[in-house]
Ligand binder design. Sequence first.
Ligand code: ADP
Ligand code: MG
Length: 319
Amino acid sequence: MSLGEFELIARHFTRPVRRAALGVGDDCALLSLTPGQQLATSTDLLIEGRHFLSTVAPERLGHKALAVNLSDLAACGARPLAFTLSLALPQAEEAWLAGFARGLFALADAHGCELVGGDTTRGPLAINVSIFGEVPAGQALLRSGARPGDELYVSGRLGDARLALEVFRGTVSLPGEAFERVRIAMECPQPRVALGLALRGVASSAIDLSDGLLGDLGHVLQLSGCGARLEVDAVPRSAELAAQPLALQRLCTLAGGDDYELLFTAPAAQRQAVAHAAQAAGVPVSRIGCIEAEPGLRLMDAQGQPLPNTWTSFDHFRT
Ligand code: ADP
Ligand code: MG
């Protein structure tokens, strides 16, 4: 006997309400906001074959669907409150749903973010999460706040998700253990929520890296009306990636995509505060360049020599 729509929702996606005024089951969910806070909201759509491979375990997919949205809240310095989940499923498969829900709720619980509603329909596998968070009025981290003289930072390490994708594509081969490590970066990104919160009042701008460092940095520069100098080989990478040819390392770190790390800027006078924020959040951050008044992006190698920018970052309608 297969599961009906409402049994499916009741069994897998309905839990006791915690913080919300009203959760799953009515026409709308209701959230009470703390006075003086702004609502931060974001949404991401994941389509099989485009955002994830059919080989991904359902538990990891549940994790990732929420992680990419939490990463958007992190980039704004917002505290997660709640999310909705819309699912198109080819069939109501019990084991798949249980695994998906397990991965989803494990991450949701880790961030105190509750599922308050959604929509469920039959169709080619697609997952949409909309997320809601709050941030003190006027304190959200924006893409538009970078200023000449600011220093440029990135959290964690970049490029492993792209390296894993290249293994799946068959252009790179890695020993089993190394592959498992980079595959986790691709399938289970860790949203930098604590870092985003700690950077409020410290960072001048922030963005989360989803399409590749160069493209995402381009958004910050455009909205901030300035340029930057980027030390290409200072971009942090894993031992697995550092063992690859330099051209592949640069491709993966600069134009990899799916990193879900934070790229942010801060005035030089905030260097100590940035270090404290990183320590408080338990996430390493690296200084990779600086913001300049002259528009455009200037890439430098380890010897300080200019490098031509030959990389293209991800664009759904161009790549
Ligand atoms: P409506 O027809 O008013 O949109 P639905 O019948 O689609 O409501 O959904 C019934 C309830 O179940 C609603 O409260 C909706 O938010 C919730 N819901 C539907 N799908 C999901 C899901 N995948 N996860 C969580 N809640 C869901
Ligand atoms: Mg509905």
